[in-house]
Design a protein around this ligand. Structure first.
Ligand SMILES: [Zn+2]
Length: 215
C-alpha cells in the first residue's frame, strides 16, 4: 500500500515537473551549463504585444525563442515573419493550447501538425516543441514521438501568468539566475514586457550572453 502511494506520487510528479524528463527526453537548460549564458523563451504568442517585445529585443540586440500557438500564427502571420527576419527561433506550442487535447495522444499530435502547417505558410520549419503547461505525460510523450519533435522545457519559470506585480516578478527571475538557464515568459502579457526591459538591462550590466542556440 505504501509502495503504491509512493509510486503514484512519483508518477504524478513526473507528469507535472518537466525537468524530470520522466516520460520523454526534455531539454531544460543549455548543455554543460555554460557560464553566464541564458536563453529567453516566450510562449503563447504571437499576440497584440509581440511587436513591442520584438522592438525591445532589437534594442538590446538579443535573440530569443518564441513558442507559438498555431491559431495565433494565423492571426499575426507578419509578426512571425518578423521574428524569423530578425534572427529569433520559432517553435511549436500546439494549435489551440486547449487542455482537452493535451491528454490524448492523437489529438495532441494533430494540434502539433496543424501548427506546423500554419508555421510552414510563414516560412518556418521547426523540430522544437514546448508542451502546454509543461505537462510531459505518456500521451504527450507519444505525440512528440509521432511528430518527431524535440521537447524544450525550462529551469526558470517566471510565473508571469500568476505574478502581476512587476517588482516581484523581476526579483523572482533575477534571483534564480544561474549558468545555462532556459527562462520561461509569455509574450501575451503587458506586465511581462515591462519586466523584460529591466531583465535585459540586468543581463547586459552583469555580462550575461543571451543565446537562442539550444545546441
Ligand atoms: Zn503556453
Amino acid at each position: 500500500m505504501v509502495l503504491i502511494v509512493l509510486l503514484l506520487g512519483f508518477v504524478s510528479w513526473g507528469v507535472f515537473d518537466i525537468r524530470l524528463s520522466f516520460f520523454t527526453p526534455t531539454q531544460w537548460h543549455l548543455k554543460n551549463r555554460p557560464a553566464k549564458k541564458v536563453v529567453l523563451t516566450f510562449d503563447d504568442g504571437p499576440s497584440e504585444y509581440t511587436s513591442a517585445f520584438l522592438d525591445l529585443l532589437e534594442k538590446y540586440k538579443v535573440k530569443a525563442v518564441f513558442f507559438c500557438i498555431g491559431e495565433q500564427v494565423e492571426k499575426y502571420p507578419e509578426v512571425v515573419r518578423r521574428m524569423v527576419a530578425e534572427g529569433h527561433v520559432v517553435g511549436n506550442h500546439t494549435f489551440t493550447h486547449k487542455p482537452k487535447n493535451i491528454f490524448k495522444k492523437q489529438a495532441l499530435a494533430e494540434e502539433i501538425r496543424d501548427t506546423d502547417e500554419a508555421l510552414k505558410k510563414v516560412g518556418v520549419v521547426t523540430e522544437l516543441f514546448r508542451p502546454p503547461f509543461g505537462i510531459t505525460s505518456p500521451p504527450v510523450a507519444g505525440a512528440i514521438a509521432l511528430t518527431g519533435k524535440k521537447a524544450i522545457g525550462w529551469d526558470i519559470r517566471s510565473l508571469d501568468t500568476v505574478i502581476k506585480d512587476e517588482e516581484r516578478l523581476y526579483r523572482r527571475i533575477v534571483g534564480k539566475l544561474s549558468n545555462g538557464n532556459i527562462i520561461l515568459m509569455h509574450d501575451r502579457l503587458g506586465h511581462t514586457l515591462k519586466v523584460l526591459e529591466r531583465l535585459l538591462q540586468y543581463l547586459k550590466d552583469n555580462n550575461y550572453t543571451v543565446t537562442n542556440d539550444l545546441e
